[in-house]
Design a binder for this molecule. Structure first.
Ligand SMILES: Nc1nc2c(c(=O)[nH]1)N[C@H]1C(S)=C(S)[C@@H](COP(=O)(O)OP(=O)(O)OC[C@H]3O[C@@H](n4cnc5c(=O)[nH]c(N)nc54)[C@H](O)[C@@H]3O)O[C@H]1N2
Ligand SMILES: Nc1nc2c(c(=O)[nH]1)N[C@H]1C(S)=C(S)[C@@H](COP(=O)(O)OP(=O)(O)OC[C@H]3O[C@@H](n4cnc5c(=O)[nH]c(N)nc54)[C@H](O)[C@@H]3O)O[C@H]1N2
Ligand code: SF4
Ligand SMILES: [Mo]
Length: 658
């Protein structure tokens, strides 16, 4: 039997999936050939997902409770526990105890003592109901900021007044494509057919990335700046364009801040900017030529903006787009993020407007530990693995280990789940019932269960529907998934994007533009685009003992912290230039240690002569408890705007073991 659904993973592509189901099991998963973006193929990690599920011993299918905690709840010791200290309990017992504890904590310390933390484990829109539920219970404490795209979104709002992208199909008008800090062969594979089509038409592709990636091997040109040097590179190229007087003659009429931007650019010579960027003049000139020979689309990656000057970099790229005449024209644009929630009405969640307190996501561990009046006593985690994925993993772990109540909803026993008092088993992408938009294109899709939930797993919505009457919230979530989907779609349902339409297949968001800012009209207060005019203070912590930039990047073998089982060993592999390894007496396959000012981790050395000599590359999502978690090395620090996490401003050294 073939059943269709949509992938709900934290990925720009939101693919249409075709599941081949036999005896209630998915035996094969394919890309939907009829989905205009998916085009019949899938990424490695999701194609292998059904197999991963079968071999992964970590799948949780019954509620788990920590034996010591359960003993306290029951008033009598609980004898047998598994190696992680858990015992299986019934849903009723798990939810009864959790409800009693949540109410006790709320009633003694107020709802601000309860934190809900949700990240991108599932991009399903119904997951907003978790936020809604805790708003009704409290409102409770929530996170602020965004470790994923906070800096870039803030940058685009600052420049353009909104953050959205040109349609993917608009790339057919581009003469050049610049993939700036973007590695679609790993993170956005359904962009690749568009790149191939563009190449076949004669368009050029430039990749700008300090790392040598498979995308770089595909490109006509690869520029390999110093990590974070993109800001200087963009200003150098701006200098070349302005020196030639090649900017649009009417630029001043639709841009604010041109004079100050000019002063910023000419504050240093092009050569001085290029020394900072570690890029040669001919490379910068070639980039200026490609931008001026437009239309040229600048496709801004998400990786690059997770650093102290991340927002400034993205702003400098928009300015470059404007200066080279590529803003507001077909085939151009400076596209960072597709507004994936744009079609949906999530106004029932009021978020920060009503929250009694917010904690900064990038600094979450420290903020929980320091919380006071009231301290955070309970944490509800869903669609997230903060211990592995947030900066400074050990502090996040300690923060959770010291709370009175930690409830983790997940399908796997992650580093975070292992620190919970109660783990509630959730559905995976094959069992979920939801609706998604994408951050890499403009199509919406319906997520439908193609198999029943394994064991006793439930969706987050079902879990909260069962919890509701136990905490005095009878009825607040009493609607079927279908009814919630209809509510979410109500703004667009009479324009070709009703649930019935989505049930027939993917539908383009009727509100999404093809080309942004045509006629140079911007939703800013003045109606003009705003150019960056000042630079952020650099994160000033150079320490000569740590001589390598740590790039903790996505890998094709994992989705965040969710690895394809057979590839999990890759989590501990560190890639460096052979000279970088040899300098400390190391070669390929050698065990070694990476040390940063805050931690160390064991790695296996892999060498690649195409990498810069000053970087080391490791996968972003390893396991803390298995010693492969990059975030033990990463300090918790903020990006210049948008409260993102500056993951990539991490300096390390490579040392032999022993
Ligand atoms: N060093 C470093 N760290 C990084 C990054 C980096 O570049 N470098 N990137 C950051 C980025 S971009 C992001 S977005 C974050 C991602 O961080 P997270 O979102 O925390 O990590 P994931 O592993 O993607 O997913 C978290 C969990 O969600 C669970 N999950 C999946 N579906 C559901 C569901 O329906 N319900 C519930 N309750 N759970 C579900 C999964 O099983 C998984 O364990 O990591 C960040 N961490
Ligand atoms: N296979 C796979 N795909 C994923 C994910 C995954 O975990 N695995 N995660 C998903 C998530 S959460 C997100 S947010 C998206 C985006 O996921 P990201 O991992 O943010 O992917 P990219 O946008 O491709 O950005 C990564 C690239 O930026 C480069 N980079 C780092 N620093 C700099 C710099 O200073 N300058 C420049 N020019 N480049 C730099 C890195 O070397 C890398 O090649 O992808 C999603 N897709
Ligand atoms: S993870 Fe991304 S590329 Fe892979 S199937 Fe899901 S949406 Fe498609
Ligand atoms: Mo992300």
């Amino acid at each position: 039997m073939k059943l269709r659904t949509t992938c709900n993973r934290d990925c720009p592509d939101a693919c249409g999936l075709v599941a081949h189901v036999e005896d209630g099991r998915v035996v094969r998963l394919e890309g939907d050939p009829d989905h205009p973006v998916t085009q019949g193929f899938l990424c490695y990690r999701t194609r292998r997902f059904p197999e991963t599920l079968q071999v992964d011993p970590g799948r949780i299918t019954r509620p788990l409770a920590r034996a010591t905690w359960l003993g306290r709840m029951r008033g009598e010791p609980v004898a047998e526990a598994d190696a992680n200290g858990f015992v299986e309990v019934s849903w009723d017992e798990a939810l009864d105890h959790v409800a009693a504890e949540l109410l006790r904590i709320r009633d003694t310390s107020g709802p601000a003592a309860i934190l809900t933390y949700r990240c991108g484990g599932s991009l399903g829109l119904l997951k907003h109901l978790v936020d809604y539920f805790f708003e009704q219970l409290g409102p409770c404490t929530i996170k602020r900021g965004d470790v994923c795209s906070g800096a870039g979104e803030a940058a685009q709002h600052a420049d353009f007044g909104e953050c959205d992208s040109h349609d993917l199909d608009d790339l057919r008008h581009s003469r050049h494509l610049v993939l700036w800090g973007k590695n679609p062969t790993v993170s956005n594979v359904h962009l690749l057919p568009h790149l191939v089509t563009a190449r076949n038409r004669g368009a050029s592709v430039t990749v700008i990335d300090p790392a040598y990636t498979r995308s770089a091997s595909f490109a006509d040109t690869h520029v390999q700046p110093r990590p974070g040097g993109d800001l200087a590179l963009a200003l150098a190229v701006a200098g070349l364009i302005l020196a030639r007087g090649a900017e649009p003659p009417d630029l001043d009429t639709w841009c604010e801040g041109l004079e100050d931007f000019r002063a910023l650019v000419f504050g240093k010579s092009v050569d001085a900017w290029l020394v900072e960027a570690d890029v040669s003049l001919p490379e910068a000139e070639a980039l200026a030529v490609a931008l001026l020979d437009g239309p040229t689309a600048i496709l801004v990656g998400w990786g690059m903006q997770r650093r102290g000057n991340g927002a400034a970099i993205v702003r400098a790229l928009s300015a470059l787009g404007a200066l080279s005449g590529n803003i507001g024209v077909p085939g151009g644009g400076c596209s960072f993020y597709f507004k994936r929630r744009g079609a949906f009405d999530v106004s029932f969640v009021r978020g920060k407007k009503v929250a009694p307190r917010t904690l900064s996501e990038p600094l979450l561990g420290r903020e929980i530990l320091d919380s006071d009046e009231p301290p955070i006593r309970a944490v509800w985690v869903s669609s997230a693995n903060p211990v592995a994925m947030l900066p400074d993993s050990r502090t996040v772990a300690r923060a959770l280990e010291t709370r009175e109540l930690v409830v983790v909803c997940d399908a796997f026993l992650t580093d975070t789940a292992r620190r919970a008092h109660v783990v509630l088993p959730t559905t995976t992408l094959l069992e979920d019932d939801d609706i998604v938009g994408a951050y890499g294109h403009h199509y919406l899709g319906e997520v439908r269960p193609v198999v029943p939930p394994a064991g006793e797993a439930r969706t987050d919505l079902q879990i909260l529907q069962d919890l509701a009457p136990r905490v005095g919230l009878d009825g607040v979530l009493d609607r079927t998934p279908r009814q919630w989907k209809e509510q979410l779609l109500r703004r667009v349902s009479d324009r070709g994007a009703s649930l019935a339409d989505l049930e027939r297949g993917p539908v383009r968001n009727p509100d999404a533009p093809q080309v942004l800012f045509e006629g140079h009209r911007f939703p800013t207060p003045s109606g003009r685009m705003r150019l960056i005019t000042t630079l952020p203070q650099p994160l000033d912590d150079a320490d000569p003992r740590f001589d390598l930039f740590l790039l903790s990047n996505s890998t094709r073998y994992a989705q965040g912290s969710q690895w394809s089982s057979e590839r999990r060993l890759h989590a501990g592999i560190a890639t460096v230039h052979p000279d970088t390894a040899a300098r400390v007496g190391l070669g390929p396959g050698d065990p070694a240690r990476l040390e940063s000012p805050i931690g160390s981790m064991r790695v296996t050395v892999r060498t690649d002569a195409r990498q810069r000599r000053d970087v080391v590359i490791i996968p972003k999502g390893g396991w803390l408890d298995e010693g492969t978690c990059a975030n033990v090395l990463v300090s918790a620090r903020l990006t210049d705007q948008g409260e993102g996490a500056a993951y990539l401003d991490t300096w390390v050294r490579l040392v032999p073991l022993g």
